[in-house]
Design a protein around this ligand. Structure first.
Ligand code: BGC
Length: 419
């Protein structure tokens, strides 16, 4: 079976500022990484030094055959102190967008990818409605400076992730911040306390979801209104394929309603697209989420190797939202690039099945361009198409990068040749 993608289909790879740029010192995550007793495996440090090496990285991406780059702009660099907007940070991102254009890459820019300025986290963070107004002001400033060069704008990356992790049993339902002593210490270090300190992923999952939903809905209009030639705007969602075993239907329905539907319903008739981000599946039984199924390989991230998941999430997101979709992240953390090749082969076949069933998918971004900082897990899990030597920062494309780049270049997927 050979599948030819539409001419307009966008192929890219994705990164996020905090995971690749290095030295994001004004952010809440940098603080959390450096507090005694931290649960972060290691600090992000120089990361991939993408702040300085982005011209080389963007050239590499284009050279592999891809046509687009998804990256995030960092609020903590653009507004390191409340109301102080850094012209040089905005100019940096404008230069990045120029490099993309010079290399013939289309741009997909995320305004918030997990990290926030420390001052935001210290003053209510993602549990507080004050953050919505602050986020809107940042989106407006950033779009005025950059918007004419952005094609797709993702307001918030995986705004539903904390709630999705809570519903699948990975996080406690009331969040982790009261349980981890290092968070209280981080709050103290930025002159805050546990009641007011609320970084993404550590804050209360349900309050985070509600604040982020409002932030997204209002930011999408701010972004579309800030410049004459405005980007298309949408949100990206963490969407594991949720499956019920007999008796698990009610728990599955609850997880979908609480984690996906609020965002997909808000997108209907209003967002320009939804970004679907799928890595695996989660099964539900009568008591709730189930552990991995015996016999299915489990990845370093703790979830199953399940590339087929993408078909179910795309079908669900399309049916519920009715808007065009992009796969804004899909990939696998593994040291074995042959396993990555197999994963992408399965995931592209799932993408094709979804498209053949009528789902309007307009692009696919692999996670990730580079081996990068995997948040609490440090540099352990490797998601990159391109490896990065941690001593020298030398980049080496993997075989998976070349195979995926060839699909991107020719717009044709042939599973027989993707081996
Ligand atoms: C996030 C990325 C992360 C990836 C792999 C997604 O949830 O958007 O930042 O690195 O998954 O775990």
């Amino acid at each position: 079976m050979t599948f030819r993608f539409p001419e307009s289909f966008v192929w890219g790879a994705a990164t996020a500022a905090h995971q690749v740029e290095g030295n994001n010192t004004a952010s809440d995550f940098w603080l959390l990484e450096h507090v005694p007793g931290t649960i972060f495996a290691e600090p992000s440090g120089d990361a991939c030094d993408h702040l300085h090496r982005h011209p080389e990285d963007i050239a590499l991406l284009a050279g592999l055959g891809f046509g687009a780059y998804r990256f995030s702009i960092e609020w903590a660099r653009i507004e390191p102190e409340e109301g102080h907007f850094s012209r040089s940070a905005l100019e940096h991102y404008r230069r990045m967008l120029s490099v993309c254009a010079e290399r013939g890459l289309r741009s997909c820019v995320t305004y918030h990818h997990f990290s926030s300025p420390r001052w935001v986290a210290a003053d209510g963070g993602w549990e507080s409605r004050r953050t919505v107004d602050r986020f809107l002001r940042y989106c407006e400033r950033a779009t005025r400076a950059l918007g004419d060069r952005i094609e797709l704008a993702c307001t918030i990356n995986e705004a539903n992730l904390p709630v999705a992790l809570a519903l699948s049993g990975v996080l406690p339902r009331d969040g982790t911040k009261h349980r981890l002593p290092f968070v209280a210490e981080a709050a103290r270090r930025c002159g805050s306390d546990l009641a007011r300190f609320a970084p993404f992923l550590i804050a209360d999952p349900f309050r985070t979801r509600d604040v982020m939903l409002e932030a997204h809905v209002r930011a999408r209009d701010v972004i579309r209104g800030a410049v004459a030639r405005a980007p298309r705007a949408g949100v990206t969602l963490a969407m594991q394929d949720l499956q019920a075993v007999p008796g698990g239907e009610a728990r599955l329905a609850e997880a979908r309603a609480e984690s996906f539907d609020l965002f997909l319903d808000a997108a209907r008739g209003a967002d320009d697209f939804v970004g679907v981000q799928t890595y695996s599946r989660t099964r539900f039984g009568p008591e709730g989420p189930l552990p991995p199924e015996p016999g299915v390989p489990v990845l370093v991230m703790g979830y199953e190797l399940w590339p087929d998941a993408l078909e179910g999430t795309l079908r669900y997101a399309a049916a519920r939202s009715g808007v065009p979709l992009y796969v804004t992240e899909n990939g696998i953390g593994t040291d074995d690039d042959e396993q990555r090749v197999g994963y992408f082969r399965g995931a592209l076949a799932a993408l094709v099945r979804a498209m053949q069933s009528g789902v309007d998918v307009q692009g696919y971004f692999a996670w990730s361009l580079l081996d990068n900082f995997e948040w609490m897990l440090g540099y352990g899990p490797r998601f990159g198409l391109v490896s990065v030597d941690r001593e020298t920062q030398r980049r080496t494309p993997k075989r998976s990068a070349r195979l995926l780049g060839d699909v991107a270049r020719h717009g044709v997927f042939d599973p027989e040749r993707f081996v």
